[in-house]
Design a protein around this ligand. Structure first.
Ligand code: DGJ
Length: 737
């Protein structure tokens, strides 16, 4: 059993393969005792420091206000002298913000319950054990239920909280974090992901000093700027060594990840809905569920944490049937044509793409209403027959007749002031009573939290997808939310989005579905519950992509990262790069094309044929394998390298990109990772060096990569085990024993 409650000692102990998480009930309080590498004892001594004096002059040794200020509460609440960052703040009808949570009862069971209306991790009964712990405040009637679902094999604890109003009056929740983690000591770094449009999810690592550090979004979505991930590790933890904790919120709206170091060397970390601009009225008898927070523990550095996240999400979060399937190589017309296209143009792209081995045409923005630019027609989801002559079905049939699948772009949450929809329903937009709502990319946001608006959005999506043989949908969202009228709308908006996408995946289970937000602003676990892939960034420059994809892979599997080969010079950076390099870098994601195939050279078309073959050869390995970072151009300024190793360790794919050539240098030594020390490997593609060699040699002695003339040159090296076996097995085979 991975969760036990010791009645006598009043201890909860949650064990995974490598970690332990311990809570104790002391004088009615639930305290966090330990989280870290697995330990054998139930209660590891007096880690709660209950017998130590609080730092206040007083006659008794337990002056309560001071005690509360240092006690590691499992779910700290506002108002009773825990002056650190709190997980819960609730206002009573009288305007008091106070809550004194005391332990009440618990339940432990196999399996895990879904969270109503929200994305949630899932699994078989035997894979998960869950504990529910109730805390109550008898004065206000607040009941807090803490949920812990242990995925033992993966070193994961998934947490969430339900807040129930058991009293008679109305309560206002002002803060309800999904998880709080309290760690002893002060030597921690936090790792977070930040960026901007076109350069999402760059890894940032910083030490936490006295005070508070917050990584958050109040943009109505996860955002380009910040991601709902926080890694925690000691200053000395590296890619491959040391203890690392990863928190990731299963949510697609405003979030906050908070790190705080307080007096007495205690560090507190939290993750949940952003308390800023949030409030939620809870009437008597009502409950509020927070989103889930995934807590991963790794004893093998940051890389170990990433691999656990990848395994968890591939198996226990992504529901799509495509999670295990080869996805068709698609060509998207956005950067090829922008808004300037018609059926004829699309069909000519489809024909030539088909000849190169591409399997699906995706028609992007601009096919509906009178949209020839980004300034009109969102909301008017009927086809523009001036561009798509004969209608959508005819186009799809014609594309299918070429032997290509067809996919489409939509942006269901948005409305253009220049649209028939706006003429009819100007009151459907999110806005306050006082100010004219601000435009962003010439558009406003539909308030899908309103029933009729949500139903309209759903009808548009459903009618479009039902009107022809559409096999892929790109669901876009090209602006962030402002002019928010109250504290509830942002969360209600996210719930409505989830409801729409839930309907979508239920009604169209065979649809390949990709979420997107002006590039990669909605890359979060919430979205992965609905779509197996998310557009990673509008920036497809392979050099930029190395950093974006590296940061994204901190917690999201490669199979989820929308990645395309673009044209050169790149539309965002203007950088010129070799076609081969663009293909090799896009291979670390879903793989597709976003260029005008009718305008490229015959040599480049030949390269596409080779690349689509390459994709099908390696897609299973990339999709299901273990990912290892070897070197980052962000750290060394010259080159990047990463590997994917199959679960049975019999094959591996090494990507090396020499971003910047260097004058007068010899070959560069790369130490491979993740192989089996005793297995014997050969270089099957992309490398001329001597082989076979043991995994131990490849990892400890390394291989040399010779300098390549020029910048942005890439190598893809495929390594496989000789006769698929261990050295001793091969010897045995040779000797005929
Ligand atoms: C933003 C997306 O990221 C692009 O790929 C493209 O679909 C545009 N929106 C279309 O408006």
């Amino acid at each position: 059993m991975s969760i036990i409650y010791d009645e006598e000692k009043k201890i909860f102990k949650l064990d995974t393969r490598l970690s332990s998480y311990i809570m104790a009930v002391t004088e009615g309080n639930l305290g966090q005792v330990y989280y870290g590498r697995k330990i054998n004892d139930i209660y590891p001594g007096d880690l709660l420091r209950l017998k130590e004096l609080p730092l206040t002059p007083g006659v008794n040794a337990r002056e309560e206000a001071a005690f509360n200020d240092s006690y590691p509460f499992e779910y700290p609440a506002e108002g009773r002298s825990d002056f650190r960052e709190n997980a819960l703040a609730v206002e009573t009808e009288d305007g008091f913000e106070i809550c004194d949570l005391k332990y009440d009862t618990y339940r432990i069971y196999d399996g895990k319950k879904p969270v109503e209306g929200m994305p949630a991790l899932f699994g078989k009964e035997w894979e998960i054990t869950t504990a529910e712990i109730d805390l109550t405040d008898s004065k206000t009637g607040i009941k807090v239920t803490l949920f812990y679902s242990v995925f033992e094999e993966l070193d994961v604890i998934v947490r969430r909280v339900r807040i129930t109003n058991t009293g008679t009056g109305k309560l206002i929740i002002k803060r309800a974090m999904s998880a709080s983690v309290s760690l002893d000591g002060d030597g921690y770094d936090v790792i977070t992901l930040h960026g901007a449009w076109g350069r999402e999810r760059r890894v940032q690592r910083r030490p936490i000093d006295i005070g508070t550090y917050v990584c958050s979004s109040k943009r109505g979505e996860t955002s380009h700027q910040d991601n709902c991930f926080m890694g925690i590790c000691g200053h000395d933890a590296t890619e491959d060594h040391g203890e690392v904790y990863g928190l990731n919120l299963v949510y697609s709206g405003n979030f906050a990840a908070i790190a705080e170091l307080s007096q007495f060397e205690r560090s507190r970390f939290m993750m949940g809905i952003n308390p800023e601009r949030f409030s939620w009225a809870l009437l008597s008898g009502e409950s509020f569920d927070t989103p889930e927070c995934v807590c991963v523990f790794s004893g093998e550095g940051i890389g170990g944490m990433s691999r656990r996240f990848h395994d968890l999400y591939r198996k226990h979060l992504i529901r799509s049937r495509f999670v295990d399937r080869d996805r068709p190589v698609l060509i998207n017309n956005w950067e090829a044509t922008y808004f300037d296209f018609n059926s004829e143009k699309l069909l000519s792209i489809a024909k030539q793409a088909k000849e190169c081995g591409i399997e699906m045409l995706v028609m992007d923005d601009g096919w509906f209403g009178h949209r020839n630019n980004d300034d009109s027609s969102l909301g008017d989801w009927y086809v523009n027959e001036d561009k798509i002559q004969g209608g959508l079905k005819k186009l799809v049939d014609d594309v299918n007749a070429i032997g290509m699948k067809f996919g489409i772009w939509m942006e269901p949450e948005m409305i253009s002031p220049d649209s028939k929809l706006y003429e009819a329903h100007p009151d459907w937009v999110i806005r306050t009573k006082t100010h004219e709502p601000l435009l962003s990319r010439c558009q406003l946001v539909l308030d899908i939290s309103k029933e009729e608006v949500k139903e309209y959005a759903w009808k548009c999506v459903k009618d479009t997808l039902s009107s022809a043989n559409i096999e892929y949908l790109k669901w876009d969202m090209n602006r962030q939310l402002c002019d928010i009228p109250d504290g509830e709308i942002s969360h209600k908006y996210v719930l409505a989005l989830y409801e729409l996408q839930e309907r979508l995946v239920n009604e169209f289970p065979e649809l390949l579905f990709e979420n997107c937000s002006g590039g990669g602003a909605r890359f979060d676990p919430g979205m992965l519950y609905y779509s197996p892939q998310i557009w990673c960034s509008d920036d497809m420059d392979p050099v930029e992509r190395l950093s974006i994809q590296r940061g994204t892979a901190i917690c999201y599997p490669l199979s989820t990262m929308g990645a395309h080969v673009c044209s050169s010079p790149n539309h965002t950076t203007g950088r010129v790069t070799p076609f081969e390099t663009r293909g090799i870098v896009a291979l670390a994601g879903t793989f597709g094309y976003e260029l005008d195939v009718t305008k490229i050279s015959a040599e480049e078309k030949e390269l596409i044929k080779k690349q689509t073959d390459m994709y099908h050869r390696y897609s299973m390995l990339v999709r299901n394998g273990d990912y290892y970072r070897l070197a980052s151009v962000d750290d060394n300024g010259y080159y990047d390298a990463y590997m994917v190793v199959s679960k049975d360790k019999k094959e591996a794919l090494l990507t090396y990109v020499q971003v910047r050539a260097r004058a007068n240098y010899k070959s560069r030594r790369l130490y491979l990772k993740g192989l089996d020390e005793d297995m014997v490997y050969e270089f099957a593609e992309g490398y001329e060096g001597a082989s076979p060699l043991h995994g131990s040699t490849l990892m400890n002695a390394g291989i040399n990569i010779e300098p390549i003339p020029g910048d942005t040159q890439a190598r893809l090296i495929y390594i496989k085990s000789v006769s698929g076996g261990l050295f001793k097995d091969i010897l045995t085979g040779l000797m005929g024993a």
